[in-house]
Design a protein around this ligand. Structure first.
Ligand SMILES: C[S@@+](CC[C@H](N)C(=O)[O-])C[C@H]1O[C@@H](n2cnc3c(N)ncnc32)[C@H](O)[C@@H]1O
Length: 345
């Protein structure tokens, strides 16, 4: 499916953008006085006791949440907030979130997606790097024990340990807990870290649903051979998951509006027992990386440090491939066959 979700009415006013400092200001460069004098502050004060389910998460409530902490969206943290509840619902639906599910959310921001997850019945572990936004989400869901906010940088977080404690505390008495899910509108600049860290966690997660930059979603999901975009990350994604490009999401749905469109990408995470059979995952990816290091080189040359060219040629032909093959001509299955023929562990 490839359609564009536009929902924010084109006439939504952004009056402060005409008169105030750029909304996508680097906070480091903004003085405290400037922040306190910013026109954003004229918007009504927030009340932390509001019931999350009743909030609209539109432009005004997003500003209200930011104002409650005197914040401007920070470019360095990829802070583009979602203004369209139906995009959040698409994310929740893509993960098929139902009552009792445990969901990891990265970067809850003002809590708009968190709210959609909670409404669907999930228990949410939300990891937020910005201490001010972590405070906004904590206040918003105060008293709701189904939301746990951890103020941390996802790229430095020990997700396995966070998830283990939450999964343990929610394990039913029969001991059969369902796998957790990831649903997140992430800052575009940590997309690769997120994918690399989460997809190999098939013992914990069954679905990873991400709102990514459109181009990144296409690159990660489409693994067409011979394309200049075909990279080791495509082999990685397909090794650990079944990826799917779901929906294109227009940039007009975010505040502030990014320069690029976004898309929902769904990764059905494989259980470790379903990974392709390789003698060593570490040596498999090391071989794939070496193969792509010499992208225009033939494999019989770029993999020479593993075994002699003649052995590589023999292995390629054994795998039904030409002795002159280059990395962009091999599927995941081809790489698996080649690895198992040439790497002795
Ligand atoms: C694109 S915004 C999305 C906010 C919210 N989920 C929404 O849909 O409106 C990204 C969020 O991730 C947070 N963030 C940025 N880098 C992060 C990191 N390394 N770890 C955790 N959160 C991060 C930002 O502070 C921001 O709240």
């Amino acid at each position: 499916m490839n359609y564009i979700l536009h929902s924010v009415p084109p006439n939504v006013p952004f009056p402060h953008l005409r008169t105030s400092p750029p909304a996508h200001d680097s906070l480091a460069a903004t003085s405290t006085a400037a922040l306190h004098n910013a026109p954003l502050r004229i918007i009504a004060k927030t009340t932390s006791k509001e019931k999350p389910q009743k909030q609209e998460d539109d432009y005004h409530s997003t500003l209200k949440a930011l104002n409650s902490k005197g914040r401007f969206p920070r470019k360095s943290l990829g802070q583009h907030y979602m203004l369209n509840a139906s995009v959040n619902e698409e994310l929740v639906a893509a993960a098929n979130v139902t009552e009792g599910d445990i969901v990891l959310e990265i970067g809850p921001g003002t809590g708009s997606l968190t709210n959609a997850l909670v409404t669907a019945g999930a228990t949410v572990l939300a990891i937020e790097k910005d201490p001010y936004m972590a405070a906004v989400v904590r206040e918003r869901f105060a008293g709701l024990d189904r939301v746990k906010v951890v103020e941390e940088d996802f790229t430095r977080s020990n997700i396995r340990s966070h998830m283990s404690s939450i999964l343990l505390s929610k394990t039913p008495s029969d001991g059969n807990s369902s796998p957790a899910k990831v649903v997140a509108n992430i800052p575009f600049n940590i997309s690769t870290d997120v994918v690399k860290q989460l997809l190999p966690m098939g013992d914990i997660f069954s679905e990873v649903i991400l709102l990514l930059q459109d181009e990144a979603a296409l690159r990660l999901v489409d693994s067409s051979l011979k394309s200049s975009e075909y990279r080791p990350i495509n082999i990685f994604v397909n090794f650990y998951s079944d990826p799917e490009y779901k929906i294109k999401v227009s940039r007009t749905n975010f505040f502030p509006q990014p320069k690029v469109d976004a898309a929902i990408a769904a990764f059905k995470v494989k259980k470790p027992t379903d990974y392709p059979r390789v003698s060593s995952i570490k040596s498999f990816f090391s071989m794939v990386n070496s193969a792509f290091n010499g992208k225009r080189k033939m494999l019989r040359k770029s993999l020479q440090h593993i075994c002699p060219s003649s052995d590589i040629e023999a292995a390629l032909s054994n795998a039904g491939l030409l002795p002159t093959s280059r990395p962009e001509e091999l599927t995941l299955e081809d790489f698996v066959k080649l690895h198992n023929l040439i790497v002795k562990t």
